[in-house]
Design a protein around this ligand. Sequence first.
Ligand code: HEC
Length: 263
Amino acid sequence: LLICFVVFLGAGYVVAQLNVLAQNQMIDGEPGLSFADLKLKYHGGWIEREPGKAAPSRMLEMIRGAMREYFQTDEHYEVLVRWLESGAGRVQFEAGPAPTPHDVLFTCLDCHSPESGEAIGRESPFGPDLFSVEYDMVSKFTLAGSAEKTDKSGRARVWRAPVRWQALVMTAHAHVLSVPIFVAMLGGLFLWTGWPRAQRRRTLLACAPLVFFLADLACWWLARLPGVGPFFVGLIAVAGALFGASYALQWAVVMMALCRAKV
Ligand code: HEC
């Protein structure tokens, strides 16, 4: 039973890492998880707008990921992507042959409307009610409406805000209540193995994942600070890697001990 349980603890961590990759890799518009993704997510950042191409917006990120399944057809999805990539302009929103981007977004009102009864409908509505989609409400997620600045070399830049604090609280609360439980279970088994012999070292190793997890959580919030924020974005990656290393070490030690245990 314990071996099966520990197999799940390992698989759970691997799946969680895949989820981190799936949810965050497209934030900067490029596949693969990078510092740029983390910085845009936790601190926000200026994105250069290449001529003829849209800056990677929250809308693009979400429809390439979690929201992809809500499109009625592939054509609808492509209409929206084309509109977003060409700058998400007001005129193009309702112009051209049907379906226009405006038409496509109707399906989303089931959740993204204040009348939908969903929390996201109040936080991120695309229209005032269940029957209308409004450009001004949608453009909050496309960066088209956000302040554009031009740097010295004449390139246009737009500010991409960090993840909403409400969304961060939601992720934090789910993690704070669940992670310590399975980490403490693995840590308890680790203490039982009696490795390493030196008790102090063993205790330190047993506590390490939870300490790194706490540091990681703290950095999610510290990364929002102006000025020093990006430093804490780096620490998110470091704390995450140290968590993974100490958790993997415990896992391997526990697994070996369980396989060798004589009953
Ligand atoms: C079944 C309900 C549901 C439907 C339908 C839905 N969404 Fe969402 N959407 C959500 C939820 C829940 C979130 C919050 C998820 C999160 O933050 O990770 C969300 C978040 C978003 C966000 C980010 C909002 C923000 O404040 O950062 C965008 C953009 C988005 N959805 C676009 C769409 C589009 C476009 C469609 C239609 C093709 C759509 N959604 C359909 C439930 C839905």
